[in-house]
Design a protein around this ligand. Structure first.
Ligand SMILES: [Fe+2]
Ligand SMILES: [Fe+2]
Length: 326
């Protein structure tokens, strides 16, 4: 067979046109196929008529970091992991409010375009609404089974309004971080640990099953947005992303303080001020790991972000993250 002649002049390529072609479209289609296959129901598949067993931990040690608190008893370790589990449900109920709204907004770009992409984003939004309901349900269950005094201050709509005021490029970066860290959390939950709540293990399992598709869609939508923005807009997006990570850190700092105070008040013994500081520091370290670093350290996140930004922008992001590890 005769080879097709190469074009003499290289045509000017519109990145949007390139993006609209396969394999991107196939990747949207693949997420629909998997989404249909793994789809689960809150009651039938996750809760299954069960209640929480308070003789078990809710969060695995790989996430809770509680092995670093050597002066607490095993009962205190268990209770602190349950407090962290309750906060986990509340944080996800919070972030999924703005993620669902942003994905619904992005779907507008596909209304009269790629109907496969539109369906993928509609399913994504629908799943995120279901996840919010799951996490509200878990909060109600834990509220009934834990002592009075737990407080979760941030309001989902206030946080969502603040996040959605930032550029789409930045919101998609934060969203990919979040949806990749659910995969890291699932991996931590399947470490052998006979003291881990079976219901919480299922929460990690079922959430991960649907979040895996969300992370693929975040990446596709972030790349689409990245191809659309100007160099100056992308640079602003980097600043916005740094600001959003700072805002997440502000929320988890306040919650680490609130949760440490709640734990100390509920304990049936006193702690020294150094021990109280250690409890607070460990909760903050755990929350920073759970809600920031377990996502940004995922190789996929680094690969996608790294392909979009300049070395200078990368250095700005690295410096901002390093300031949280101090
Ligand atoms: Fe979710
Ligand atoms: Fe998600």
């Amino acid at each position: 067979m005769q080879a097709t002649a190469e074009p003499v002049v290289t045509p000017v390529v519109n990145p949007h046109a390139v993006f609209a072609k396969a394999p991107y479209s196939e990747r949207y289609a693949k997420t629909i196929e998997v989404s249909k296959r793994v789809r689960w129901d809150i009651e039938r598949d996750v809760i299954r008529g069960r209640n929480f067993d308070y003789t078990k931990k809710f969060l695995p040690d790989g996430l809770s970091k509680l092995n670093e608190l050597t002066f607490i008893t095993s009962a205190e370790h268990r209770f602190l992991s349950q407090i962290q589990g309750r906060t986990y449900a509340n944080i996800f109920g919070l972030v999924e409010r703005f993620i669902g709204a942003k994905v619904l907004e992005l779907s507008r770009d596909h209304w009269l375009g790629d109907q496969v992409a539109l369906e993928a984003l509609v399913r994504f939004t629908d799943e995120e609404l279901k996840h919010q309901e799951l996490f509200r349900r878990l909060e109600r269950m834990t509220a009934a089974g834990m002592p009075e005094g737990y407080d979760f201050k941030p309001q989902p709509n206030d946080v969502a309004s603040a996040v959605l005021s930032k550029s789409t490029w930045a919101v998609l970066g934060l969203t990919l971080d979040i949806e990749l860290f659910t995969q890291a959390h699932y991996r931590a939950s399947i470490e052998p640990d006979s003291e881990l709540s079976e219901l919480w293990k299922d929460v990690f399992l079922f959430h991960w099953k649907e979040e895996s598709q969300h992370a693929i869609l975040d990446e596709l939508e972030w790349k689409r947005e990245d191809a659309r923005v100007s160099i100056r807009e992308r640079d602003q997006g980097v600043d916005d992303l740094i600001a959003l990570v700072g805002a997440v850190d502000g929320i988890i700092q306040a919650q680490a303080t609130s949760d440490a105070d709640y734990f100390v008040k509920c304990a049936d013994r006193g702690f020294t001020s150094a021990q109280e500081q250690a409890i607070h520091a460990t909760l903050l370290k755990a929350y920073r790991w759970q809600y920031i670093f377990s996502g940004v350290q995922e190789p996929r996140f680094l690969e996608v972000l790294g392909a979009m930004i300049t070395p200078d922008q990368g250095a700005r992001i690295k410096a901002a993250l390093a300031s949280l590890e101090a």
